[in-house]
Ligand binder design. Structure first.
Ligand SMILES: C[S@@+](CC[C@H](N)C(=O)[O-])C[C@H]1O[C@@H](n2cnc3c(N)ncnc32)[C@H](O)[C@@H]1O
Length: 492
């Protein structure tokens, strides 16, 4: 590939913004792409990036789910007069190369995109007219133009503090769109087999990108559920394998989660999902297995492990009791063993997960998993660590109230050695997240209590104000107020 460093505009969707930079870094690492990122503020939806050639740029766009579209940059400035000067200069300097886009037989369209400030259609046309120096000779075609140019104005991120002048003015030729069409294609709404905790298509695709799933990789999800993460991994060319403790889930016999559905259809399965998306040939198998009692041969190794372990909110965190676990005081070796389940603390679960990944990932392979948090408790020191795994990305997705979850990406950085005494007990889960479930529900109760107190306080305030204005509440109301007052003082 000839090296001809050029500037490109990357236009990102303003959704899951915290995942953007990690996805970018994963894709460039996966394909070994060279780049220079000229935009420092990664929260901006428009970045200017240099790639050594157009093939490199296209490779990046062929995998990004965060990317809306990519343009070849013609001009960029913060000031309008300078922007026009630069656009003119670019067109003059590249006259021969750009001539094919301006030809009489080449239809075109110019789109005006503004961020954080609304402009009417008339105003947008006026903006286009300011570029009448462009030597365009072809006809306008708004439906299917042969060449598409975009004029972009970025008016900051804060809708309450829109600046006087745009922060960025950009112009470029559309080169490619990102892979956001897959979000619709793999949407849970039309998927054959889904459950309460199925991961949505966008996050599943982002996870598979974090895991750098490549054509022919072997990918494993130990908490597979309905197999959403297998779908995205298979879509990127991975051969997929899953396990789950829940027999009914693995066999798609669990209660349907769609309101309109009373019973599961006979042909619902994880395999049927892959078939639906044209990647049934990537399906290896799914097995019923308890992750706390690993069944995998020590020699099996995966290119990546992508998983969403249970947090105990919508599904139980449980494991199967074994004869060797604490309950065996009541049993003897010769007794028949009927497995029962017991609580699988999040701390033990993540400990096991990192240890499993350290043993079974190929060198350089990735573990991508979610970890739930109470936002006020979060401290990076709390993240699980393992001496053979390096944390390479950590993105937050806010959930309800003050809870959130973090998508953690670990990369196996050295070969696991069972003979190395230092590797024994090398997983550290410093602060237990095990009380997540308890805190989740208790917090909900606490906030209800707080809300009751706030309301009572407001009512009391209102009553005092009425009294001050000489408007005493009617008998019935004053009785109620008295009651509330008593309740309120009782609570404090
Ligand atoms: C959050 S769900 C995974 C959802 C899945 N990503 C999907 O898209 O459907 C967690 C899954 O872990 C399973 N699970 C819970 N404890 C387990 C254990 N000890 N071993 C294996 N799977 C377990 C649950 O049955 C549940 O299906």
């Amino acid at each position: 590939m000839a090296s001809l460093w050029r500037k490109y505009i990357l236009w990102f969707a303003q959704e899951h913004v915290d995942f953007r930079i990690s996805e970018f870094e994963s894709i460039v690492k996966m394909f070994g792409l060279q780049f220079r990122r000229l935009t420092e503020q990664t929260l901006k939806p428009f970045w200017v990036v240099e790639f050594p050639n157009v093939e490199t740029a296209m490779l990046y766009a062929s995998r990004s789910v965060a990317l809306r579209a990519m343009f070849e940059l013609y001009a960029h400035s913060r000031k309008l007069p300078e922007f026009h000067e630069r656009l003119r200069a670019h067109v003059d300097a590249n006259r021969n190369e750009l001539a094919k886009y301006f030809r009489q037989d080449t239809s075109f369209k110019i789109t005006v995109e503004t961020y954080n400030k609304h402009f009417s259609q008339r105003e947008k046309i006026e903006k286009i007219e300011t570029m009448d120096y462009l030597p365009i000779e072809g006809p306008v075609n708004l439906k299917s133009p042969q060449v598409e140019w975009w004029y972009i104005e970025f008016w900051g991120l804060d809708p309450t503090a829109v600046p006087e002048e745009p922060d960025d003015i950009l112009f470029g030729r559309l080169l490619a769109t990102g892979q956001r069409n897959l979000i619709k294609e793999l949407s849970l709404k039309q998927r054959k087999f889904i459950g309460n905790t199925s991961m949505d298509a966008q996050l599943s695709l982002l996870m598979a990108n974090q895991a750098m799933v490549r054509e022919g990789d072997l990918v494993f999800d130990p908490f597979v559920g309905t197999g959403s993460l297998l779908v995205s991994a298979a879509k990127w060319g991975g051969y997929v394998l899953g396990a789950d403790i829940d027999y009914m889930m693995v066999h798609a016999r669990c209660r349907p989660s769609r309101i309109t559905q009373k019973v599961r259809e006979k042909d619902e399965s994880i395999r049927a999902n892959l078939l639906q998306y044209g990647c049934a040939d990537r399906y290896m198998d799914v097995v019923v297995a308890d992750f706390s009692n690993p069944l995998w041969h020590p020699r099996i190794s995966f290119d990546s492990i992508i998983t969403d372990p249970p947090y105990g909110i919508r599904e139980a965190t449980e494991k199967v009791e074994t004869k060797r676990s604490p309950k065996d005081i009541a049993r003897t070796d010769d007794m028949v063993h009927y497995p029962s389940t017991s609580h699988y603390s999040l701390q033990n679960l993540y400990g096991d997960l990192l240890e499993f990944a350290a043993r079974h990932l190929k060198l350089g392979g990735r573990l991508v998993c979610w970890l739930p948090f109470h936002r006020e408790d979060y401290d990076p020191k709390m993240l699980p660590q393992h001496q053979y795994l390096q944390l390479v990305a950590n993105s937050e997705q806010p959930l309800t109230g003050n809870t959130s979850r973090r998508l953690l990406t670990y990369e196996k950085c050295s070969e696991y050695s069972a003979l190395n005494p230092a590797s024994i007990g090398s997983t550290q889960v410093p602060t237990p997240s095990e009380d997540f479930r308890e805190r989740y529900f208790n917090n909900a109760l606490e906030s209800r209590k707080e809300r009751r107190m706030r309301k009572a306080e407001q009512r009391e305030q209102g009553r005092l104000e009425m009294e001050l204005r000489g408007k005493l509440p009617s008998d019935g109301r004053s009785q109620k107020c008295e009651l509330n007052k008593a309740r309120f003082t009782g609570l404090t």
